[in-house]
Design a protein around this ligand. Structure first.
Ligand code: BTN
Length: 255
């Protein structure tokens, strides 16, 4: 383990989110970031496994929201998506990648239909100073060809798009800075929340396209997202023509 200011670097860890939660419970400060070269039990949303090959950015940041605004911590997840989007915008520009990253519901970063990054936000509330861990995995230098077969068609990486490598340290610092700029203010101020919604409305690549909506224990359903409401929920039009807002479901683009 090495430490450089607020950054803690690990060679191998089960999951940077687990490590960040452990450190947060022990009193680590908001803004602390755990990064690892490898994860042996990387986790995705809904209990899925997150493939964590070397060359990917694997990081988790501890966020200590103002305790008077804990009712708004769900905003952090959407704001984290925007922070990672802006980090990728900047990385793509530096790597002369012409494609534009976009947002997928509830918290994916996509290039066309392919996933380049995922985010797993977890709240730790059973302690004196409740906090949130934002876990981020970005495919930077790991090549899609080395991923398991079932992920190859649905994933991409900075190296695959730009055909050159990018510094993981620079990607880490850029992403941390974008998170600092937006979070935790987004829970306190309506301006930051409005801006987060604006970016989602502009850059969500699912709007107007057919998706499958799924949640555990419920049969997947075809729908077309039509927008994002003021609470940050995805509005979908289902096959019977009715519109409703979804909050916790997952979406997959019909290819
Ligand atoms: C998803 O798309 O399902 C979310 C993936 C989140 C993966 C990152 S990698 C760093 C951090 N540690 C984890 O165990 N998961 C997150």
């Amino acid at each position: 383990m090495t430490k450089d200011g607020r950054f803690i670097f690990l060679d191998s860890v089960s999951s940077t989110n687990e490590e960040a939660k452990r450190l947060g419970r022990e009193g680590a400060e908001g803004g602390a970031v755990v990064a690892a070269r490898r994860q042996t039990a990387g986790r995705g949303r809904l209990g899925r496994t997150w493939e964590s090959p070397e060359g990917a950015l694997l990081m988790s940041m501890i966020v200590m929201p103002d305790q008077n605004h804990m009712d708004k911590i769900t905003r952090i997840s959407l704001a984290a998506g925007v922070a990672v989007l802006h980090a990728l915008d900047s990385i793509f520009e530096e790597c002369s990648i012409a494609a534009r990253p976009g947002l997928g519901w509830p918290n994916d970063l996509l290039v066309d239909t392919k996933k380049i990054a995922g985010i797993l936000c977890e709240a730790v509330l059973d302690c004196d100073a409740p906090f949130v861990v934002i876990g981020i995995g970005i495919n930077i230098n790991n090549r899609v060809a080395s991923l398991p077969e079932e992920l190859r068609k649905i994933s991409t990486s900075v190296a695959d798009l730009g055909n050159s490598e990018y510094s993981i340290r620079a990607a880490l610092e850029k992403t941390a800075l974008m998170l600092d700029n937006r979070i935790p203010r987004v829970v306190e101020r309506s301006e930051e929340w409005s801006d987060t919604l604006k970016v989602w409305r502009e850059r969500c690549v699912l709007i107007g396209r057919e998706v499958m909506i799924s949640s555990p224990g419920v049969a997947p359903e075809k729908a077309v997202p039509t927008g994002i409401d003021d609470e940050g929920r995805l509005i979908i039009k289902t096959q019977n023509g009715r519109e409703r807002a979804v909050e916790f479901e997952e979406t997959t683009l019909s290819r």
